[in-house]
Every structure is written in structure tokens, then in C-alpha cells.
Design a protein around this ligand. Structure first.
Ligand code: BTN
Length: 257
């Protein structure tokens, strides 16, 4: 259960709704955007999803006890044109790290370009940013908070990390979301400022430095050694042909249907 009234009173949100069970908070956010029935920013948060979506054709495992939400925002409310906001996914990753770091003390948190939060070698959070016709954005976040690897599908056990497993304790979701909404608000505002310092943190938090990565972009792929992430959000790959700056793509091939 989430205290949506508290979230509305204490954060930048203008609408917040909680669902014990939903198909996908992304789908619900899209419907809210189409209907125009609520003021923005709007938060849709759920305990459980029957059809949680990841990037590309991926599904998202919403383990019992995890937190899944979508934040619907209008770029114009933050001084952006109604077009894709560059670097938003990475900024959301930084906001997540700033929120969970005090709760995970010694555990090493970092960003995996293009938009995952890792702790050690396990994925702690996934981020899915969708831009709607007209420019509104849906920021979807799945955070492995109070779920446990014990209940994860076998193929995820080696790649996922959860806050509960790491700390051995329960994390209050309302408290978590209060901090996360503040940090998200701060990150979005920073992105809109010309002299911001947020971009520097993308490189500092990059945990793929030195790894050999292959980035897939449609039917093209680029392989190289990761030299970090630039302030403008580009993944830096050192390839035999020289350094490449990559602005979009996935680290796994995506089906083309
Ligand atoms: C990824 O790692 O591929 C992104 C995962 C995003 C999952 C979140 S959970 C809340 C929101 N609703 C969805 O259906 N997906 C996003």
C-alpha cells in the first residue's frame, strides 16, 4: 500500500494513484495522457503487474514486494520543448541512485548505459522512457525493493539484485517514493538548466568502464571497449576505427518485427 495523499502533499506530483494489481502502469499512464483527465505530473504506482513491459520486446518481472511506477510528465512544465528530452533516462538513473544509496550504505551502485541501475553485478532497477505524440513523456521505473531473488524466475536469478536481499530488511515504499519524486524533480530541473553538473555524474557513475560492449542499432552493431559516458549522455566506445560516441541503441539484439 502506498500513501498517495502524502505523495501529493509533499512532492511535485499533481495526481497519484495506487493499484494493487494492474496490467502495466505504462499502459495506464498512456490512457491518462490520451484522456487528459488528470493534471500532470501524474504518478501511477502498482504492487503487481500482469503485463509489465521492458525496453524493446522485453517483459519486466514485477516480483512480489517490488515497486513499479510510471510518471507522466509534460516537458513544457519544466521549460523544455514538447520533444524527446535528451538524457532523461540517465538522469532518472541518477535520481534512483541518490534515493537508494543512503539505504544501501556500502553497496556499490552505478549506471549501466543506456538506462539501468546496477548494484555490483545485479540489476536493481530498469527504466523505460516513452515519448507520446504531442511530446508528453512516460517515465517507467521498476525497482527491486522488497522482492527477493528466491522468487525470481530462474533465468533472472544471476542478473538481478534486490534491496531486501542486500540489506535483510523491508523498505517502506511511501518513504522511498517521497525521496525518489524529490530526486526526480531535481534531476529534471537540472537537465533544463544550461550550466548543469548532472551530466558529469553519468561518467562518474558508469559501471561499464573497460568492458567490451556491443551496441545494437537496428541492423547495425558497434563493438568496442567502454571508455565511459560523456556529459551529453553518449556512450564512449573505443573501436579499432577509433572512438565512437553512441547516443542510442541496446546492448542486446532486438527482434525486428
Ligand atoms: C527495462 O529494464 O527494460 C525497463 C523496465 C521498466 C519496467 C517498468 S515497471 C513500471 C513500468 N510499467 C511497465 O510496464 N514497465 C515499466
Amino acid at each position: 500500500m502506498i500513501d498517495t495523499k502524502l505523495l501529493l502533499n509533499r512532492t511535485f506530483l499533481r495526481h497519484a494513484e495506487y493499484h494493487a494489481l494492474i496490467d502495466s502502469t505504462q499502459t495506464r499512464a498512456r490512457k491518462i495522457a490520451e484522456a487528459g483527465e488528470w493534471p500532470l505530473p501524474a504518478l501511477i504506482v502498482a504492487d503487481s503487474q500482469t503485463a509489465g513491459r521492458g525496453r524493446g520486446s522485453n517483459r519486466w518481472w514485477t516480483g512480489a514486494g517490488s515497486v513499479a511506477f510510471s510518471l507522466l510528465i509534460d516537458p513544457a512544465d519544466f521549460g523544455f520543448p514538447r520533444q524527446p528530452i535528451p538524457r532523461l533516462s540517465l538522469a532518472v538513473g541518477v535520481a534512483i541512485i541518490d534515493t537508494v544509496a543512503p539505504r544501501l550504505s556500502e553497496h556499490p551502485l552505478g549506471l549501466h548505459w543506456p538506462n539501468d541501475v546496477y548494484v555490483g553485478s545485479g540489476k536493481l532497477a530498469g527504466i523505460l522512457v516513452e515519448v507520446l505524440p504531442g511530446g508528453r513523456h512516460i517515465v517507467g521505473v521498476g525497482l527491486n525493493s522488497n522482492n527477493s531473488l528466491e522468487t525470481a524466475p530462474a533465468d533472472l536469478q544471476a542478473t538481478v539484485a534486490t534491496m531486501r536481499d542486500l540489506t535483510g530488511r523491508h523498505h517502506d515504499h511511501t518513504e522511498l517514493l517521497l525521496d525518489l519524486m524529490d530526486n526526480l524533480h531535481a534531476a529534471i530541473v537540472q537537465l533544463s538548466e544550461p550550466m548543469e553538473s548532472l551530466g558529469e555524474r553519468f561518467g562518474l557513475l558508469c559501471r561499464q568502464q573497460g568492458e567490451i560492449l556491443t551496441v545494437y542499432q537496428g541492423d547495425q552493431k558497434v563493438t568496442g571497449r567502454c571508455a565511459g559516458v560523456a556529459v551529453d549522455g553518449a556512450l564512449l566506445l573505443d573501436t579499432p576505427e577509433g572512438r565512437r560516441e553512441i547516443y542510442s541503441g541496446t546492448l542486446r539484439p532486438q527482434p525486428t518485427w
